[in-house]
Each structure stands twice: as C-alpha cells, then as structure tokens.
Design a binder for this molecule. Sequence first.
Ligand code: FES
Length: 66
Amino acid sequence: MKVKINKCICYDTTFKEMISIMIKNNLKSIDELRNIKPVSLNCKLCLPYINKMIETGKTEFNETLN
Ligand code: FES
C-alpha cells in the first residue's frame, strides 16, 4: 500500500505549515520550531520526515507499507 506522508498527525500540523513557520521566523532546527509550534512530541513517527524536510525542503514523502 502506498501512502503519502505530509503531516504530524498527533499535532495535526502539515509539513507545509511547519516549513512556512520556519522560513518566516528564520528557524534552523526542530527545537526552534517547537518553541513556536509544538510538533512531533508524541509518537514521533513524523520525526524522520521532519528532519528530511529541514534538510531538503520537501513537504511530502511517499512510502510503501506492506
Ligand atoms: S505523528 Fe508527529 S508526534 Fe505523532
């Protein structure tokens, strides 16, 4: 099954929203982002994707789940 990963589900916040907050406030890390908007503090399944987002600017990731 193919799935599109584009948000932190626990905090109902899309990666697009996160990146626009980061750009607007010139943030460089998830810790700085969390000071403004709490994200990725529950299950943390989104964390590797947020790190990839920070690295690459991508806000959608396709994964295949079995
Ligand atoms: S999906 Fe982001 S903390 Fe659970």
